[in-house]
Design a protein around this ligand. Structure first.
Ligand SMILES: Cc1cc2nc3c(=O)[nH]c(=O)nc-3n(C[C@H](O)[C@H](O)[C@H](O)COP(=O)(O)OP(=O)(O)OC[C@H]3O[C@@H](n4cnc5c(N)ncnc54)[C@H](O)[C@@H]3O)c2cc1C
Length: 334
């Protein structure tokens, strides 16, 4: 499959990038970071933008920076492999490293960026196909059609958010910076997502994700990430669970659980926090976490694995991860 034709834009800084987005907004500009998800999608004609803006030349977005007293700032262009290789992230934010290490393959992690992973398009069995395949089925509500094959008669798209790092970052209460022609704003990562398959993010056409912040208060939580995928060595999550836990002695001081790969957005399992704080981790507590996570999961027939199996695996992974994520690591000041 070949790429459709497009004009290439190559900004050198964020201001240039915003200028391009504004100038060519009507014609359509698609941001390309590592291109590992976008380019295959363009070959399938899921996107045929007039302009592709390759942002890899924006040097200021390529750094991991520790900001004393605040935490860590990651540029949106930080490669997944850089996060994997960072001893600091491994020590203080282990859940993020665990999740990132499961993304695709080493080569793709060396090209793919954290920003691209968070802004990943939602996926569905009826959508991530070639043009001919989709045409033969009368297209779907997410692209070129008006019917949903997953929920026939429905007018809502159920395509699934299938990035790994977002679940870990939700557990870390990460925030993001969005740059627009009006200035920069900082919001919780959770607020980026709409939970609607075909309109997945609250990101305007002339906006760009520039930074991700990990609060210092989230450092030192022990962390586990587990995922279900078709091909063990290289595949998107069909169910993913991240757990971050901080303990004082044997007692759980704080706990966060998030899921991905089963809803149109990654989701925090807020009730799991309330269920665990002030308790000891044991078989019963881990089972409750599993039940609560499965309640938030709403998988439909968007993949080759059945919704029932994927929901069950959310339960299993949440239970296992909660049991595993017990000893807490050092805080940044240690
Ligand atoms: C075979 C294969 C297996 C894969 N397996 C996994 C997997 O297991 N887990 C997983 O999470 N991903 C997987 N991926 C997807 C992808 O490789 C990663 O998610 C990667 O991190 C995407 O980053 P990127 O920089 O390449 O994004 P791109 O492909 O460049 O962009 C992805 C999307 O994000 C938008 N975007 C990128 N950067 C920004 C920004 N700064 N601001 C606003 N929008 C932006 C783009 O416009 C595009 O819509 C897989 C891909 C392939 C081809």
């Amino acid at each position: 499959m070949s790429l459709p034709s497009f004009k290439l834009l190559r900004p050198r800084n964020v201001e240039d990038a915003l200028g391009f987005l504004h100038r060519y907004e009507k014609e359509g500009v698609q941001i390309c970071a590592g291109g590992t998800d976008l380019l295959p999608s363009m070959k399938q004609r899921l996107f045929s933008p007039a302009y592709v803006m390759d942002i890899r030349g924006i040097e200021e977005l390529t750094h991991i920076r520790v900001v004393p007293g605040l935490g860590v700032e990651l540029g949106s262009l930080v490669k997944l492999s850089a996060i994997e290789d960072s001893g600091f992230i491994a020590t203080h934010y282990p859940v993020l490293r665990e999740a990132v290490m499961t993304v695709a393959s080493p080569i793709l992690r060396n090209m793919g960026t954290l920003g691209g992973n968070l802004c990943l398009d939602t996926r569905c069995l009826w959508y991530n196909q070639s043009l001919q395949w989709r045409k033969s089925c009368g297209y779907c509500i997410k692209k070129d059609g008006d019917l949903c094959h997953v929920a026939p008669g429905g007018k809502v798209c159920w395509a699934v958010f299938s990035g790994d790092s977002a679940a870990a970052l939700l557990c870390l209460h990460a925030e993001i910076e969005i740059a627009s022609p009006k200035g920069r704003r900082r919001i919780p990562l959770a607020d980026l997502y709409t939970n609607i398959g075909d309109d997945r993010m609250r990101l305007g056409k002339s906006e760009i994700l520039t930074r991700i912040f990990l609060p210092e208060a989230s450092a030192g939580y022990s962390g586990v990430y587990r995922k279900l995928r078709l091909r063990g060595s290289i595949d998107y999550p069909l169910a993913g669970v991240a757990v971050a836990i901080r303990k004082k002695g044997k007692i759980i001081d704080d706990a966060r659980v998030a899921i991905t790969g089963v809803n149109p957005a990654p989701r925090l399992v807020k009730d799991a926090t309330h269920a665990l704080i002030g308790r000891e981790m044991n078989e019963h507590a881990a089972m409750v976490v599993g039940e609560l996570a499965a309640r938030v999961a709403k998988p439909l027939t968007t993949s080759l694995l059945t919704p029932e199996y994927r929901r069950e695996m959310i339960k299993v992974f949440a239970k296992q991860s909660a049991s595993r994520a017990t000893p807490s690591g050092p805080s940044i000041r240690d």
